[in-house]
Design a protein around this ligand. Structure first.
Ligand code: HEC
Length: 144
């Protein structure tokens, strides 16, 4: 009886096995956490949108209503370097501007999850990549 062997390819050196293991580990980690910087996320949305982000348009989008009861600023406040307050639960929401809150826009999955949920609440649909880029570019101009 023959046991399966993997001799069809040349045996890997220890170093190349180690490199492979490291590469797998890194991709696993990045897949679960999706660590990013705010400017990387902005670059991603801008590339998706195919047009440059406009900070003033982001502010306008954020602080006005879109046919529903709430605007983004209803919960987050119109000054994104300050904490907001959830319109329904009254819970405090930490500042959205990265300069005031280092945790903001550092996890792509988290950012996407909340954009999806909040845009549905405020606009009744998901935000477009251009809308996200506009909002994020405005938030990045805000310093405490
Ligand atoms: C009903 C209240 C509410 C409204 C309205 C709202 N948000 Fe939020 N938002 C939250 C809560 C709650 C969180 C999650 C808690 C946290 O991250 O502090 C959050 C988180 C976020 C995040 C995650 C940021 C990160 O850390 O990566 C983004 C982006 C965001 N909101 C954008 C928006 C935009 C854009 C609008 C308007 C279209 C909006 N929100 C409207 C309550 C709201």
């Amino acid at each position: 009886m023959q046991t399966p062997t993997f001799t069809s390819t040349a045996p890997r050196s220890f170093a190349s096995r180690l490199t492979l293991a490291a590469a797998v580990l890194v991709s696993l980690c990045t897949a679960s956490v999706q660590a990013a910087t705010p400017s990387e996320l902005l670059q991603g949305y801008t590339a998706q949108a195919g047009v440059a982000a406009v900070a003033a348009r982001g502010q306008q989008f954020f602080t006005t209503t879109h046919g529903k009861e709430w605007s983004c600023s209803t919960c987050h406040g119109a000054v994104p370097t300050a904490a907001g307050k959830h319109a329904a639960t009254g819970k405090s929401i930490t500042a959205l501007a990265p300069a005031a809150n280092a945790e903001r826009f550092t996890d792509a999955a988290k950012t996407e999850k909340w954009f999806r949920r909040n845009c549905n609440d405020v606009v009744g649909r998901e935000c477009t990549a251009a809308e996200k880029a506009d909002v994020l570019s405005w938030l990045l101009t805000q310093k405490p």
